[in-house]
Design a protein around this ligand. Structure first.
Ligand code: UDX
Length: 444
């Protein structure tokens, strides 16, 4: 953050640097837009790879406010590298008070997975890790404060499944998580009402935690108040959005379609896709499926072939796209369920839209998230560690037909509470105001 002692009327200047993956960029851009609305000057540092992809289409509408307080700063190769280098130095190696630059970390994944990652040394210390074979997977983990009653071995981040407690990814995640708590403040994409008990735990380690989410909903509220318009659901994406699925959805009855999408980095094997497909087909529910190019693992061209073959077999029952306008899809009246990998953005988008979930987590924070969705919030079913057409069929039937009312009701209640958080006077709305005020004070 740029210090300006000469003129206090100048807005604070915030440098925003996301971890360069779609899920992280999405929420980081939304946070940046919210700070821009508050009148801050922003520099958004992008990675070269994503910069290249964005030169085809940057996903932002033509009338997007690129000038003034907000600008997307895309740097040339060498500059970007130098910038990254110095940024790394600032964040990782330097002590903030010495440089006088306050550091605020925004962890884009879920608070509960953040808290689990923080607690891993205690889990190991208590002898609850490593996991001893598959029969051990349903054993409760008792050493993550606040999660003792529902967190099982199988719900831990996937790197915990390795027998080696010296695993390098595990060590890196623990190190970065613990380091995050040394920052001046921590921003989390959640609301007090969603993750209150865990936020209290995190605050015992870092008192300045701002729960300002769900960010996409908060952005909607603020844009509406400022310009009388809603957030553009098609922006912020690195892929070419296929909006044709909205026209297909327009022709379907209310809450009759299940949306199936696994985020921006997961991949499925040919066998898994076939099981999923038949499960969906046998369920008799129509489905909208996202299959990103090259996301089906098979021998040369086999992945693509299987997609084409299955598409042909079920064209009256389904619609397939490479990349969907997800927020718009989830908010479409025809959509009654979301078959998801539980990336944190997808989970929040589903909650805000009031859509129940079938959870099929892939890695990272997703295993924790799916447990919370099914066991704590009770707004979906967890299909973790299974991919069998009969189970897919049963779960789709449960959520879309047999237990439809039950899930629709709990998802509706959850959406109501969550949407209140981002409205004027709600917890996330007020927390964002506090964050903005505190950044102003920090930058004086
Ligand atoms: C990654 C991690 O996997 C996730 O666990 C972590 O919480 C964030 O970083 P990703 O796997 O991409 O993210 O999942 P997610 O967090 O759900 O983000 C995907 C984003 O892409 C969502 O905002 C979603 O709306 C968007 N999306 C996805 C689309 O717009 N269209 C699609 O077809 C699919």
């Amino acid at each position: 953050m740029e210090q300006d002692r000469s003129s206090q009327s100048r807005p604070p200047h915030v440098l925003v640097f996301p971890f360069p993956l779609q899920g992280h960029i999405n929420s980081m851009i939304k946070l940046a837009e919210l700070l821009a609305i508050a009148g801050f000057k922003l520099t958004f540092l992008n990675s070269h790879h994503n910069h290249e992809r964005l030169t085809i289409t940057d996903g932002l509408p033509l009338d997007h406010p690129r000038s003034g307080n907000w600008f997307l700063d895309m740097l040339e190769d060498t500059m970007e590298l130098k910038m990254k280098e110095s940024l790394r130095e600032v964040i990782v190696n330097s002590s903030p008070p010495e440089l006088g630059i306050p550091i605020i970390i925004f962890r884009t994944s879920s608070p509960r997975s953040f808290w689990v990652s923080y607690s891993i040394p205690d889990i190991i210390q208590a002898g609850e890790l490593p996991i001893n074979g598959s029969e051990d997977m349903d054993r409760l983990i008792t050493t993550v404060p606040g999660m003792e009653t529902y967190l099982r071995c199988r719900d831990l981040p996937t790197f915990c499944r390795k027998l080696d407690i010296e695993d390098s990814i595990m060590k890196l995640v623990v190190k970065q998580t613990r380091k995050s708590l040394q920052a001046d403040a921590l921003i989390l994409n959640t609301a007090e009402e969603l993750d209150g008990p865990i936020l209290s735990q995190i605050r015992t380690k870092c008192p300045r935690v701002y729960a300002v989410g769900p960010l996409h909903a908060q952005l909607n509220t603020r844009l509406n108040a400022k310009h009388g318009e809603s957030y553009d659901h098609f922006s912020n994406t690195l892929w070419e959005v296929d909006k044709s699925c909205i026209f297909w959805l327009n022709k379907q009855p209310n809450r009759s379609v299940i949306y199936v999408s696994f985020g921006s980095i997961t991949s499925t094997s040919r066998e898994q896709l076939v099981e999923l497909w038949y499960g969906l087909l046998n369920s008799k529910t129509k489905f909208l499926l996202v299959v990103r190019p090259n996301s089906v693992i098979g021998k040369d061209g086999e992945g693509e072939d299987v997609v084409m073959e299955l598409m042909e077999k079920s064209k009256d029952r389904s619609y397939i796209v490479n990349w969907a306008p997800q927020e718009a899809v989830l908010n479409h009246p025809a959509v009654g369920g979301f078959f998801t990998h539980n990336g944190w953005n997808s989970t929040l988008e589903s909650i805000v839209a009031g859509v129940p979930m079938i959870c099929w987590p892939y890695f990272a924070d997703q295993h924790v998230n799916s447990r919370v969705v099914s066991e704590v919030w009770k707004i979906g079913l967890d299909m973790k560690d299974v991919c069998d057409r009969k189970i897919v069929e049963k779960m789709v039937n449960d959520v879309m037909v047999d237990r439809k009312e039950e899930f629709a009701k709990s998802a509706y209640e959850m959406a109501k509470v969550t949407n209140q958080c981002v409205n004027v006077g709600g917890s996330s709305y007020s927390n964002l105001d506090c964050l903005v005020e505190d950044i102003r004070i920090m930058s004086l």
